[in-house]
Design a protein around this ligand. Structure first.
Ligand SMILES: C[S@@+](CC[C@H](N)C(=O)[O-])C[C@H]1O[C@@H](n2cnc3c(N)ncnc32)[C@H](O)[C@@H]1O
Length: 466
């Protein structure tokens, strides 16, 4: 890494901030000052990474070193702080971070005064982790394959950290383990995501064998983790930040909370380094201690196995009145929609519309961190012709579309409905599209498309203030 030479490091740290529009002028100036073009290019790349990383690391990003993949894969600081807090709350004093990347999780663990051994097999990434962990004398980085490194410690050759199948720990010095396995494979044509837990590096079976030793183990996985892949006896936690799913985490042994099989941890608002969220109103209280300032993270949990949910009313199309709610994606992925209705919406007639669709309705507005609420304005059949007429007759100039359970690309449908209503806006992501003709060119409407039994409906809604 050219920025880790004395000249590169000094140059990088002499420059502050990064503006794409000024990059060329800055590059010309630095080369004019006699710095080698490769070094200037590497320094500008790091400045760009630091600027991008502020979303995950707040002001810490300005002192860190990144690789492109390392930054993409790194855990956000506020989430890492919550995970680290769980180790501290369980009384774990030393942790091995097996596959530490650029060291985001290790930093959070070290910041809580835990002894951290950060193991990373990629030399460049390990160098970045070494710089990032420099402020923490209680953390050290080892450049090695984690499985071999662990095997060398316990003498098993790395293939099987569970030496006896009973309670032998891989190392007396290491009390706990954190893993965030790589979930991408790199090939000559780029990198692609892998979904089979056995194709992760290290694989999930390695993590399970480690957990079988009885050691406290936490592993971060992709949020699409199928429920069938969740091993028995651990706690599964889905995390969302600002309404986007970030990860699923499995907690084993002392890190698994008694009486919690699955949970949804919802963080929102606040800065990356503080971890804002909504006030918790339901569910098991967890070691969610990563917030300074802002609001606390909120957690909803259940002791029941996947598929064991409380019975809640299913109302069908007639139930589609008053207020519509869309649960947070962490609540949906953790299979906790019925639990949410039972705990927070029973008093206001909470009801599912279709047992397979996560939208639900209630008679009144409820302020909860676990769902976004809307007032129902009009229920229409989901037919393009009729909806085009509705757009025209009611003067819709800007249209947001959300959908669940219907096979449609919101951006395309919006274009279809808005053609002839003004200029197109920009499309949203996934099940949502936002846009329209712009300010002053008609009203702003929100449409929810869904399926209730055999009926496909389009519901005009108005978001409730949060
Ligand atoms: C998802 S990243 C970790 C990100 C990290 N938790 C963070 O927040 O910065 C996974 C890392 O594990 C490393 N890795 C994968 N397999 C490994 C192995 N067997 N031994 C050591 N490191 C490994 C990869 O090189 C990659 O940097």
């Amino acid at each position: 890494m050219p920025v880790l030479t004395p000249e590169g490091w000094a140059l990088l740290n002499s420059l502050e901030g990064y503006r794409e529009s000024e990059a060329l002028a800055l590059s010309t100036r630095l080369r004019g000052e006699g710095h080698a073009p490769e070094l200037v290019s590497a320094v500008l790349t790091q400045l760009k990474f630091r600027s991008k990383a502020a979303a995950k690391f707040g002001p810490f990003a300005g002192h860190m070193v990144f690789t492109r993949a390392g930054l993409e894969q790194a855990t956000r600081m506020n989430v890492a702080a919550l995970h680290a807090g769980r180790f501290a709350a369980a009384g774990v004093a030393s942790v091995a971070d097996l596959g530490c990347g650029i060291g985001a999780d290790s930093m959070a663990l070290a910041a809580l005064d835990l002894e951290v051994t950060a193991v990373e097999r990629d030399e460049t990434v390990a160098a970045a982790a070494t710089i990032n962990l420099m402020p923490f004398p209680n953390a050290s980085v080892v450049c090695a394959d984690a499985e071999e490194w662990l095997g060398a410690l316990d003498g098993s050759g790395g293939a099987n950290p569970d030496t006896s199948g009973t309670s032998a720990r891989p190392s007396a010095r290491l009390e706990g383990f954190w893993l965030d396995p790589a979930r991408r494979v790199v090939s000559s044509s780029g990198s692609s995501r892998v979904f089979d837990p056995e194709a992760f590096s290290p694989p999930l079976s390695f993590v399970e064998r480690l957990a079988d030793t009885g050691a406290p183990v936490g592993v971060k996985l992709g949020p699409a983790l199928p429920h069938a892949s969740v091993p028995a006896g651990c706690e599964a936690q889905w995390v969302s930040v600002d309404g986007s799913l970030t990860e699923a985490v499995l907690w084993f042994n002392a890190l698994a909370r008694p009486g919690v099989r699955r949970s949804a941890l919802v963080l929102g608002g606040g800065s990356a380094a503080t971890g804002g969220g909504g006030e918790s109103a339901a569910g098991g209280a967890g070691p969610a201690s990563g917030a300074e300032g802002g609001r606390s993270p909120a957690e909803l949990s259940s002791a029941e196995n996947f598929g064991d949910s409380p019975a809640v009313p299913v109302a069908g199309l007639e139930g589609l009145t008053d207020y519509l709610y869309e649960p947070d994606p962490a609540v949906i992925r953790a299979g906790l929609v019925a639990d949410l209705i039972e705990r927070e919406f029973t008093a206001v007639g909470g009801r599912l519309l279709d047992e397979h669709i996560a939208y639900f309705c209630a008679d009144d507005a409820v302020d909860t961190p676990f769902a976004t609420g809307y007032r129902v304005l009009e229920v229409m059949p989901y037919k393009v012709k009729g909806l085009r007429r509705w757009v025209k007759e009611t003067g819709v100039g800007r249209l947001d579309i959300k959908k669940r359970g219907v096979d449609v690309t919101p951006e395309e449908l919006r274009r279809l409905l808005m053609t002839g209503q003004g200029k197109g806006g920009k499309g949203g992501k996934g099940g949502k599209a936002t846009g329209g003709a712009g300010k002053g060119a008609g009203r702003h409407a929100t449409l929810v498309l869904t399926r209730i039994g055999e009926e496909r409906v389009a519901v005009e809604v108005e978001p409730l203030p949060r």
